[in-house]
Design a protein around this ligand. Sequence first.
Ligand code: GLA
Length: 727
Amino acid sequence: MGIIYSQTERTFTIHTKETTYQMKVDNYGFLLHLYYGKKVKGNMDYLLTYYDRGFSGNPYEAGRDRTYSMDALPQEFPSLGNGDYRGTAISVENPDGTLSCDLRYKEHRIKNGKYGLPGLPAVYAKAEESQTLEIDMEDRVTGLQVTLLYGVLPELDIITRSAKITYAGPGKIYLEKVQSVCLDFLYGNYDLITFYGRHAMERNFQRVPVAHGRQMVGSRRGASSHQYNPMMILADEKTTEDAGCGYALSFVYSGNFQGEAQKDQFNQTRVLMGLNEEMFRYPLETGETFYAPEVILSFTDQGLNRLSQNLHSCIRHHVCRGKYKEVVRPVLINSWEAAYFDFTGEMIYELAKQAKEVNIEMLVMDDGWFGKREDDNSGLGDWYVNEEKLGGTLGDLIRRINDLGIKFGIWIEPEMISEDSNLYRAHPDWALVIPGRDPVRARNQLVLDFSRKEVVDYIYGQICNVLDQGNIEYVKWDMNRSLLDIYSVSSKDQGRIMYDYVLGLYDFLERLVRRYPNMLIEGCSGGGGRFDAGMLYYTPQIWCSDNTDAVDRLKIQYGTSFGYPVSAVGSHVSAVPNHQTGRKVSMKTRGITAMAGTFGYELDLGALSSEDKEEIKKQISDYHKFAPLIQNGKYFRLSNPYQDEICAWEFASEDGSEALLNVVMQQIHGNMTVNYVKMYGLKAGAMYQEENSGKVYSGAALMEAGLPLPIEFGEYQGYQMHFVIYE
Ligand code: GLA
């Protein structure tokens, strides 16, 4: 299979279908990185060069050899303290207060199957489709043991990396920094592609050259954040959507992270990704173990579309779990933009009735159904049904809605607490607050200390109590503020709390998915503030953004598509004028945009005209027709919505027998120029018929010469073109 160890050369070579990754244990026991890229054969250590470099020290054992320096050599897991002055993967504070760590190779194991990480989400795969390489490194002075973990899914061109860190010496050490991956490149000019944003405008695309100095993205907000996504790409400066080399890094973790790229003094590039080193100081006493969350890696020489597709298949089939992972999700209507907090049980029932008329399949009752929750100033933590507001029990409401033939879903926000709640009055110390300091409030709420098991246990019990009251088939798990004021009574070491908080969150979610295996959970954090591969292990879809404006969504979903499959992208048709932007976009364009996701509605159906309702019916029937292609097909970006007048994307079936082209015109001008797109994923030798026009095209022509896109008069017009193989 994919992992080969050469005893004579002391090299580890990992082969996937189209890529090779190689490293070597050198004479001093350092683990040097040799190569990651397109598939090659042979020993790559000829790539290493040795020169006497001023102010780059040499290991003691090198004696008078001044050409051997950790400051210049490419490494797998560089540490602070052995002569590498670049960004490191690990730094520690030893029991004697020193800050030095020197890791050398000890032994290794190659196993079938993919490793798992206790308490953390991770890529999973069958024993026959994956392998694991474990390399033990140790600091012989302190007894710190680091096992580097490599998971390989050869068919998918995916390699994962993580590290298990155990302290075997006396006393206590502190992990000051732990990165899950380091990738060193000996030469070349690269671009760093990252995804920045803000609430309601997440995952904007940014591509900048890697320069001297640290270029960094990250989060210290306790969640992966709206501001920077924990997925980034290192691409050759010439790489485009359909050609060129690129490396993707996706962190399978939902809390604080950092990702960085740096060109060093010798023009070598280093990329690191892992936990944020700020607000992190993790204690390990004798015999204790720490697991670094995993990073998914992929390489391709075939452009960014292909790189995204590698991540899409890995996340869809080997990260997401549960009944819904590979099936088309029910078309839902969410009550949030329909009614906000202002509803009664009867209004929810009415919405379900209207939903039924247009063939919507599920109703989701959003925020406002519990405790004292008439606005966002109170009630969080009091997870008992407000039967007065609902005009009866939750069970009755669900039964009535189910009787219409409509499924029922509900909103929760388990990690939060309002000061105006019975829970806070009973347990003020359960909130993250630093004694003697006033906490920073956000949305007028505080965060529960999920690093404490008794807090997680209690809220879990409360939530299960609600979920057991009826046939609840969907839950929207929300999280509406960033963490701050980190103080937990559970430990003297506050530097561990933000990591332990995420473990508490994962523990809750794991229990939930096991207890309710048939329930669909949608993640959410003020929209897409925790949109990461870690959450997707528990929630196969995540509300992509609180911004439902179809035109803004083009960019948000474009950015999201680089790292995440369409099946993970929560997307709804909402009312016009849009509640976030005031923009008016046609129902058709709103529908096409929402179809590049899980598809649903979020508006007051009662306020719609009968034409709109008819159009919704048509949309839903179109969606059912296209959903298998949308969800299972390959996704291609055909334009750059930041630069182009149009935004276009395509779904092509794996076998190339059909494709759905989606276009939204972002701009319209007098005497409008024509935009062309080249399609992908078709069979060059086959003929295709476009369903609406009946026109027939050759696959090769559509891919090589392209297609002139029809100009539609009016603002933000959108259309779909369905190409089916034509014998
Ligand atoms: C967040 C979510 C919204 C909605 C509200 C409810 O902002 O992203 O979709 O659920 O909370 O308070």
